[in-house]
Design a protein around this ligand. Structure first.
Ligand SMILES: [Zn+2]
Length: 215
C-alpha cells in the first residue's frame, strides 16, 4: 500500500468513526431524550418562587387528568392548625397508600402556601386537583396553612398567598374578582376565617388587586 492509499484509508476510517458516533448519539437521544423531555409539563408556568414537589400519580390525589381551562382561582385553608406546607403535601401524597388511607379519601390542591410564606406546588397546572368539586375541571386550587383554630393567615402566609393569587390571575388573564373561596364553590366553611369575616375576605381580594395592578 503506497502513501496515497494509506491516506485514503485513514480518511475513510475517520469518516466511519464520525458516522458511528453520530449514530450512537442519535440512538441515545431516541432512547432517553423523549422520556426526558416528556417529564417537563407543557404550559406549566408557575412563578419561580414556587417549589415543585409533585405528588406521585395516583387515583386519590393526582389522577393525571387534563385541566382544560381555568376560570377561577379557589382559596382554601388546611383546617389543621400549625401544620407545614410540606406536611400537607405529604398527606396528599400518602393518600395513595391504602394503609394510610383506608377510607379512600380523595384530596389535593395545586399549591400549598406555608406558615413561613413558602409555596409548594403539588400538581402541574396542566392537570386537575381534587379540591374544588364540582369545579375541578376549570379551577386552580390553593391550600393555605394557618397557625391556629381561627384559620386566620399569618403575615408571611398572607403576603405569599396574595402574591401567588395575583401571579396566577395575571397568567390566566383573570381579575381579583375571579379569586373565590371554597365556600363560594360548595358552601363549605373554608377558608374559615375569611368566610366568618366577610370584610377580611374583601380586604384580601383588594390586596390581590393591588399586587395585580403593580405588575
Ligand atoms: Zn377548602
Amino acid at each position: 500500500m503506497n502513501r496515497r492509499q494509506k491516506e485514503k484509508k485513514g480518511s475513510r476510517q475517520k469518516k466511519l468513526i464520525i458516522a458511528a458516533v453520530l449514530l450512537l448519539f442519535t440512538a441515545l437521544l431516541f432512547l432517553f431524550g423523549k422520556p426526558l423531555l416528556s417529564r417537563i409539563p407543557v404550559n406549566d408556568h408557575a412563578p419561580d418562587y414556587v417549589t415543585r414537589m409533585y405528588l406521585k400519580k395516583n387515583s386519590f390525589s393526582r389522577p393525571g387528568e387534563r385541566l382544560p381551562e381555568v376560570k377561577n382561582i379557589v382559596i382554601h385553608y388546611v383546617a389543621n392548625p400549625g401544620t407545614s406546607a410540606k406536611a400537607n403535601r405529604n398527606y396528599f401524597d400518602n393518600l395513595s397508600n391504602p394503609v394510610a388511607n383506608p377510607a379512600g379519601t380523595k384530596a389535593s390542591a395545586h399549591f400549598i402556601v406555608g406558615l413561613e410564606g413558602e409555596v409548594i406546588q403539588c400538581i402541574p397546572m396542566t392537570e386537575i386537583a381534587y379540591a374544588n368539586y364540582p369545579r375541578n375541571y376549570d379551577t386552580v386550587s390553593i391550600e393555605t396553612c394557618h397557625p391556629d383554630e381561627t384559620g386566620r393567615f399569618s403575615d408571611a402566609t398572607y403576603a405569599s398567598l396574595t402574591q401567588l393569587a395575583a401571579d396566577l390571575c395575571s397568567l390566566y388573564g383573570l381579575t381579583a374578582e375571579d379569586v373565590i373561596r371554597h365556600y363560594d364553590v360548595s358552601g363549605k366553611a373554608c377558608p374559615k376565617y375569611y368566610v366568618e369575616n366577610e370584610s377580611a375576605w374583601e380586604a384580601l381580594k383588594a390586596d390581590i388587586a393591588v399586587k395585580l395592578a403593580a405588575q
